[in-house]
Design a protein. Structure first.
Length: 80
């Protein structure tokens, strides 16, 4: 892998793991939190991702992709 791609992969992994930990903490500490709640946030994230008409930049694109992936993973795990 090239050096220029390393930081992107590292940032993605960092954000993904951070979001997973945060969602797991929320689920453990908030008995009212449901998969439907997370799906609502995920729907909003999809809208925000699609509303990038002025351009966020590469760092924010990576952050958005990792955040969406984390929500999708937690929801899939919760429902299985």
């Amino acid at each position: 892998m090239s050096l220029s791609a390393d930081w992107r992969d590292s940032l993605y992994a960092q954000i993904f793991e951070q979001e997973i930990r945060g969602l797991e903490r929320r689920r453990a500490s908030d008995p009212k939190c449901t998969a439907e709640d997370l799906k609502g946030v995920l729907r909003d994230l999809y809208v925000m991702d699609g509303a990038d008409w002025i351009g966020r930049g590469e760092v924010q694109d990576i952050t958005m992709a990792a955040t969406i992936a984390a929500y999708e993973a937690v929801i899939a795990g919760w429902e299985s």
